[in-house]
Design a protein around this ligand. Structure first.
Ligand code: NAP
Length: 248
């Protein structure tokens, strides 16, 4: 029996990296997958075909998670195409790194809107179908940086810490309706987002991780499957650090 057989999942930002890894693993576990991207149209179309090869229903939508109205329209389209939403994975995210001294208002606003406001937008929009069916699992992608802070990433850390407070509040509000809300805090996961970093810095990070390697999108996808599935039916309002022991 597959862990997500017949469930309907909506994953934001799945054209690359962690989101893409989650989408593939979800399809492998029998989920029907609706996913979004912002600019990677070709990659989105490619993923749609890749997911359909697992024999599940899959559809990509070009939608800006930071746009409140677009999120509402997206969820309406997904409900009309798939029937409902059982699982929401708020994964879309960006970085605009700078020391506070040099950080512009635009860098602050872009990160808060793409990383934190997006989580509000999508969660608010899926509330309706989830309340209607009296079940749902919401999984929000934060970061170890949201738990402990990071020099040069005050905007990103604030957005990721905000996700944790938001998730816990939603868990308290919607628990009685059997809607769960949890956070995954990835450590250093090797994707395009981290490929932009200096090679020496990356080597240093790998060395400091107890498991002695950067994580893969599959490492995050496995934890996401657990939180999406009924295996975690009694878990809500929690933060799971998937970081190779980095925060230990
Ligand atoms: P990535 O490789 O840069 O991919 C980001 C994805 O998000 C892309 O699919 C991108 O779509 C999409 N996206 C960005 N802004 C969007 C928006 N406004 N609306 C819709 N989609 C949007 O990033 P990643 O490394 O996989 O990271 C995924 C998540 O994990 C992020 O929330 C990130 O903060 C978090 N995380 C990553 C790490 C890490 O080490 N990689 C660590 C901790 C947390 P397009 O391709 O169309 O632009």
């Amino acid at each position: 029996m597959k862990l997500l057989e017949g469930k309907i999942a909506l994953i934001t930002g799945a054209s690359r990296g962690i989101g893409r890894g989650v989408a593939i693993k979800f399809a492998e576990q029998g989920a029907n997958v609706a996913f979004t991207y912002l600019s990677s149209v070709e990659k989105g179309q490619e993923l749609e075909r890749e997911l359909q090869a697992f024999g599940v229903k899959a559809k990509g939508y070009r939608s800006d998670a930071a746009d409140f109205k677009a999120a509402e329209e997206l969820v309406n389209s997904v409900v009309s195409d798939f029937g409902t939403v059982d699982i929401l994975v708020n994964n879309a995210g960006i970085t605009r790194d700078a020391l506070l001294m040099r950080m512009s208002e635009q860098q602050w606003d872009e990160v808060i809107n793409a990383n934190l406001k997006s989580v509000f937008n999508l969660t608010k929009a899926v509330q309706k179908p989830m309340l209607k069916q009296r079940k749902g699992s919401i999984i929000n992608m934060s970061s170890v940086v949201g738990v402990k802070g990071n020099a040069g990433q005050s905007n990103y850390a604030a957005s990721k810490a905000g996700i944790i407070g938001f998730t816990k509040s939603v868990a308290l509000e919607l628990g009685s309706r059997n809607i769960r809300s949890n956070v995954i805090a990835p450590g250093f996961i090797e994707t395009e987002m981290t490929a932009a970093l200096d090679a020496k810095v990356v080597e240093g990070w790998r060395e400091n991780i107890p498991l002695k390697r950067g994580g893969t999108p599959e490492d995050i996808a496995n934890a996401t499957i657990f939180l999406a599935s009924d295996m975690s039916a009694y878990i809500t309002g929690q933060v799971i650090n998937v970081c190779g022991g980095m925060l230990t």
